[in-house]
Design a protein around this ligand. Structure first.
Ligand SMILES: [Zn+2]
Length: 138
């Protein structure tokens, strides 16, 4: 896609610090990282949502994310990592090209996901949701 920054990076029309690339995927250092080593991993072909990827591509993307995360841990500079996917603007998706974020972590980095834990919904609402999801998984 002509105006997509992740497509441009995958096609080398825009500079990025690429850490991995093959015919299907591209991984590069985030230009404005949460932590040093924050990596964006994308399928090279433009796709707005990971939910639209073929199963095989989706699986390979996550296997590659794991390999990158393991490599990050081998640097010995980090204690852990987060792998995050932001789907939709309300969830923080800032590019229409779907991507996984691999974020190296150390105990003192001060980065917090800011999850607000809430009381669970009513039993009736939980059962309704469970049934809905069960019926939609195919
Ligand atoms: Zn794109």
């Amino acid at each position: 896609m002509d105006n997509c920054i992740y497509c441009k990076i995958s096609e080398h029309r825009e500079h990025a610090d690429i850490v991995y690339q093959d015919d299907t995927f591209c991984a590069f250092l985030h230009p404005t990282p949460i932590n040093h080593g924050h990596i964006i991993l994308t399928a090279s072909a433009h796709c707005t949502s990971l939910t639209l990827l073929e199963d095989e591509t989706y699986s390979k993307l996550h296997c590659l994310a794991r390999k990158i995360a393991v490599a990050i841990l081998k640097t010995k500079n980090y204690d852990g990592f987060n792998i995050q996917y932001n789907h939709g603007e309300c969830a923080g998706q800032d590019s229409l090209h779907a991507a996984l974020h691999i974020i190296p972590r150390v105990g003192t980095d001060g980065f917090h996901l800011n999850w607000r834990m809430q009381k669970p919904a009513s039993e009736e609402n939980r059962k309704e949701l469970i049934e809905f999801i069960k019926n939609k998984i195919s």
